[in-house]
Design a protein around this ligand. Structure first.
Ligand code: C2E
Ligand code: MG
Ligand code: MG
Length: 466
């Protein structure tokens, strides 16, 4: 009997053991399902969050000195899905995970947070290898992918945080690595890694705050146009205006475009702002034309607007809606148009010219220009930048540059406007060199619309009197 009892007990024990091991297997399976990304086999977002806390604890307990946290993504991945289908896209993500696994250690935690977003937690004992380490990761991921019969090249952006120095806890770490990642993504045309730095935080907060206020400004019609007169040389007669954006802030007063245009460009708001400026300028041009003022009105156009596939449609709509004479409108674009794919841009400028709009290169001489491009682009006007005018006639070099631009322009049948004229002697020099027109504080500051109107009226009165 006793034996039987013992046997039963033993049998019960082994059943229990078997059960226990089955439970353990199930737990592992649940853990795996819960924490593994099914596409890549890497950790998923949940694992990342848990491990990030764990790494912070290990630092506190002195088990590791510190660790790196990265956020990595492909800049233009949508192109892969669009061109080759999502199956190729999936294969590429799997391949990128394999590449990461092949160059990292057992102690690293790799994960796919979402979509194409990958990340690594990498324990370190010294932070000064961050750059080298991250460049190796970046290069490995950015190398050409051979998926099925396709050869695919992608740009990679990566943000990196050295912890615990760069953030006090997991929440802060996630925010900051994202900031660094977005900063890296701003770099166009090549893969980039950005190591987090504290100013990044301040800059981003400032940009976000201004972006929010700019949206309000658009809704409340607080983006205005000022008009700076342009004069023909040597007659020194009013021939038109340049439209310059101003932000009338309810608390801060008038804000200069140099402060908000770059942020508008970064956030994409420049599309809405640019359209609004163009529309206001066209409406104004119509009013002046009705008064009998023959003029040109130049409007600054950002490269971000020119790259927008809908730009031509916006322009056509605004021309139609306002009924402006397109021959009085000039678009001022900067030399950065010469970078990247120029054939598309030549095509766009030709279409704008077909609508009747003239094209000016603004701030000429300060950016990236090639004489070859100037020859190929359908240009009407070069605006000599203020920096070359400032020291005329004292600086022999600046005089030589201004003269050379004028000779070049004449040969190419392009007109020249000199910007930033502040002194009589500058005007005299440019008149002597046969510059077509001028603009600057010597003649007038940019004016509020009512002031610009007064100038037009007195010019028209003078014309009528003569
Ligand atoms: P910009 O197109 O080269 O405009 C000329 C700038 O020089 C204007 O500054 C004008 O006020 C200033 N200026 C004119 N004459 C003189 C002078 O004699 N001396 C000096 N020191 N400055 C003079 P503003 O209005 O602050 O505009 C700065 C820049 O912001 C513009 O340079 C243009 O690049 C950009 N911007 C202005 N409005 C717009 C806009 O509607 N769209 C876009 N995309 N950019 C704009
Ligand atoms: Mg301009
Ligand atoms: Mg300029």
């Amino acid at each position: 009997m006793i034996k039987n009892h013992e046997q039963q007990a033993l049998a019960g024990e082994s059943d229990q053991l078997a059960l226990l091991s089955r439970v353990q297997d199930l737990e592992k399976e649940i853990y795996r399902l819960q924490y593994t990304d099914t596409l890549t086999g890497l950790g998923n977002r949940e694992l990342f969050l848990a491990k990030l806390d764990e790494f912070f604890q290990q630092v506190e307990q002195g088990l590791i000195d510190g660790f790196f946290l990265t956020a990595i993504d492909f800049d233009n991945f949508k192109k892969v899905d669009d061109l080759y289908g999502y199956k190729v896209g999936d294969k590429l993500i799997r391949e990128s995970a394999q590449r990461l696994l092949s160059i990292t250690n057992e102690s690293d935690v790799l994960f796919r947070v979402s979509g194409t977003k990958l990340g690594i937690l990498h324990p370190v004992d010294s932070a000064n290898v961050a750059e080298e380490w991250s460049h190796h990761i970046l290069q490995t991921l950015a190398e050409v992918y051979y998926i099925e019969e396709h050869i695919i090249e992608l740009q990679v952006s990566m943000g990196l945080l050295c912890l615990p120095e760069d953030a006090k806890d997991s929440v802060e770490a996630i925010n900051r690595v994202e900031l660094a990642y977005y900063k890296a993504k701003e770099t166009k045309n090549y893969s980039n890694v950005v190591l987090y730095y504290p100013q990044l935080n301040e800059q981003t907060i400032k940009v976000l705050a201004i972006e929010k206020e700019l949206i309000k400004a658009l809704a409340n019609d607080n983006i205005e146009v000022y008009y700076q007169p342009q004069f023909s040389l040597p007659e020194r007669q009013l021939q038109g205006f340049e439209a310059l954006a101003r932000w009338r802030h309810p608390q801060q007063g008038l804000i200069s475009p140099t402060e908000f245009i770059p942020i508008a460009e970064e956030t994409g708001l420049i599309i809405a702002i640019g359209n609004r400026i163009l529309e206001q300028a066209c409406e104004q041009s119509v009013l002046w034309t009705k008064k009998g003022f023959e003029h040109t009105l130049s409007v600054n156009i950002s490269i971000v607007q020119l790259k927008d596939p809908k730009f031509l449609t916006y322009v056509t709509d605004i021309l139609q809606k306002t009924g402006v004479n397109p021959n009085s409108i000039e678009f001022e674009i900067t030399e950065n148009i010469f970078m990247g794919n120029i054939q598309d841009k030549i095509g766009l400028l030709k279409k704008l010219k077909k609508l009747g709009i003239s094209i000016a290169i603004d701030d000429f001489g300060t950016g990236y220009s090639s004489l070859n491009y100037i020859k190929e682009f359908p240009l009407d006007i070069l605006k000599i930048d203020r920096t070359f005018i400032k020291n005329i006639p004292q600086s022999r070099k600046d005089c030589a540059i201004a003269k050379t631009i004028l000779i070049l322009a004449k040969e190419l049948f392009v007109k020249v406007v000199a910007e930033g004229m502040e002194e009589e002697e500058q005007v005299l020099f440019l008149e002597q060199e046969k510059c077509d027109s001028a603009q600057g504080y010597y003649f007038s500051q940019p004016l509020e619309v009512s002031e610009a109107g007064k100038l037009v009226d007195s010019y028209l009165n003078e014309l009528n009197e003569n």
